[in-house]
Design a protein around this ligand. Sequence first.
Ligand code: HEM
Length: 384
Amino acid sequence: MVETLFEELKRYVGFEPADGLLLRELHEVVRPRFPAIADVFYARILRHEGASKALAGESQVGQLKVSLLTWMEQLLSGPWDEDYYQARCRIGRMHVRVALPQHYMLGAMNVLRQEFNLLIAEHHAGQPERLRAMSFALGKILDLDLAIMLHTFREDLLAQQARHERLSTFGQLVGSIGHELRNPLGVIETSLFILKGRPLASDERAAKHLARIGEQVALANRIVSDLLDMIRDRPLKRESLRLEAVWKDALSSVHAPAGVSLRAEGLESLPTLEGDPGQIRQVFVNLMENAVQAVGDTGSVRLSASTEPDAVVLVLEDSGPGVSEAIRRRMFEPLITTKSGGIGLGLPLVKRILERHGGSILYDPQGGGGARFVLRLALPPHST
Ligand code: HEM
């Protein structure tokens, strides 16, 4: 049978069944001290300015301590099988997802090593052989856990690299294909305009098909523009920006079914911002088009606006199915799409435009089911 990665790692650190027995024995001894160890563990992280940044605040620590208790429980009681390995991989990926710098892992693991070793020494004082055997078994399982963490990190890094390579080739291709497509699309548009003025257009079916060609050419033009915008940043105009006017303008080019309501609240009382109205309009159009498509024939899309001391906050919510967990992590990356008619450039472009305005966007569902985006745009200094 083929050796799994976990078996290979166990062989590498020399983890034997005897080590498992020693760990289970250690488990009995140190179990009552797990909460105290978890306290030391998170106190160390919180004391360090870099490591503590990975936490969402002290409020998260309570929950994490509970997770660490379970982690310690499994660490010392096993079984150290494939399920153990998979569970550890999930924790590793979770750390990767919160962009935890991996160099903090070694220090964190060492805190655990030290705390456990202190307890081993306390319990086996006068039994040097036993003390050493237990400490070695502990060292092996902690090394295994570290190896798994580093492995998940490397996996993620390789996947990112592959994505970047894909994107750089993509960028070069897009530049030339985009330009080449502009001309034929322009010719089709002109010919269509001429055909629409001919008697042919009075034939109902022909007129329907002409309209359909027009829609599809417009769609193709949009895709080409998005592609070209993605690879070269259009210069940013800095003008005074009234979001209410930009929203209304954007609304005029979004086609929603009659059963879908598009509403905005609070835009009228926002202060004037600075930015590029054309590009912010595109932000609204892209987001609204996604929302309208997600909602289907009936539902709602709602934008609500508020002001914070240094920024305007816009929340766009829809009554669609929301974005799946699997897509959320990468939804702002190019070429990630769930739509049959899209190529996954709408959201990356939105993000890029907002960031170039010193703003941001995040996906922040609040259990309501539908999609929910939170956008921030900085207020110019004089408007506060
Ligand atoms: C090597 C030692 C570490 C162990 C054994 C460990 C263990 C864990 C466990 C068991 C979870 C919960 C997974 C779940 O909910 O299923 C977790 C999540 C987390 N850990 Fe660690 N951790 C370690 C190091 C660190 C360090 C050094 C930091 C920060 C500097 C950190 C920050 C976090 C955060 C922020 C989460 C929550 C992720 C989320 O829920 O989105 N961890 N960790």
